[in-house]
Ligand binder design. Sequence first.
Ligand code: GLU
Length: 412
Amino acid sequence: MSNVFENAVKLVRETSQILEVERRYPGKQLVERFIVPDKVIMFRATLQKDDGTMDCFLCYRVQHCDMLGPYKGGIRFHPQVDLDEVKALSLWMTLKTALVEIPFGGAKGGISVDPASLTVSELERLVRKYTHRLVNDISPNIDIPAPDMGTSSREMAWIYDEYRKHREVARAVVTGKPVEIGGSLGRKEATGRGVVCAMMEAVKDLHLTDFTVSVQGFGNVGSHAALDCEARGIKVVAIGDVTGNLYSANGINISDLVKFRERTGGIKGFPGAEAVADVLTCKCDVLLPCAIENAIRVDNAERIQAKLIVEGANGPTTPEADAILKRKGVLVVPDILANAGGVIVSYFEWVQNREGFYWEEEEVNQRLFQRLQKAYRRVREFAEEKKVTPRQAAYCLALDKVFRATVARGVQ
Ligand code: GLU
């Protein structure tokens, strides 16, 4: 399996060469300082299950870099969570926030757990334990968690409440909360909406008018991206999740599929489409990988038929696959740009919490699209000017911003 942290570091080194960092800032060790996270927190949480037995879970919070503002990033609950993954995800958060110009650094947290294996009360106890252990490390001005894979507004509400118990009432300590306790309208949908916004910019560049979409993943990102496509009259022909893969040349009814998934727990067996082996390599014009890392690899990249890939997931393409896609002439809108919608609206939530003044959903969406479109154009222009891929361009723009801030802050 491709190591996501090593891959991220390799790309940082490679793009720092394009930026000529050593020549511009000799002796400052900016790249080495960037690669090593500011702080790694790792601990074991012991949980008493409902039946009285005990279980242990490995917990992480990696605070990667706060050069541009407080640490920011989600919390992932997944059995595959490990230190390297959380380190990579935290580094990507630093790049993401820098690229879309929001005043945050980068962090990520996680617990190596399958949330489906726990009851709701067990999960709540685990989230509260996790929060309690981190109570000195998070705050509205230090580190602000948010949802990621396997967590949602429910878990954020528990974090908020646990923080309140030990510290103070601080809505801005965590984002992605339920609207009832200060969550922003449009936050839940934001990542998926942002993916579609980036896709719309890219299809303009490619002069694609009538196009079909395939979505890998039907979690928060994939399902909202698919729903947004449906609302815009764009045909989603394929969707896959952990339970199965669907294809329908006439387009899948997404609203029906969401209801089906709510009823059955997965998309497998949905009557409105046929079951297929794979959604990454099926016939479509645009592919939205919205599931996990390393989905697009050497063993499937060659067979991908899409002309455009918009990365809803973090790190869905291995470097080897990236090279294949480049050779094939596939346009790849990189993760740190394409899926930044979530953290952008998290920023809006944090702003609204601190102001105590709340926006209409329309305003949230408008501001989201504005920021994403601007970032998209900057990436495309940089890529064209320097003859690099959009991914390299996005890394360059983000790193440049962090390095400038590091130098401006003087000797630390
Ligand atoms: N987990 C999301 C991401 O990977 C959102 C993070 C946030 O809102 O802070 O971008």
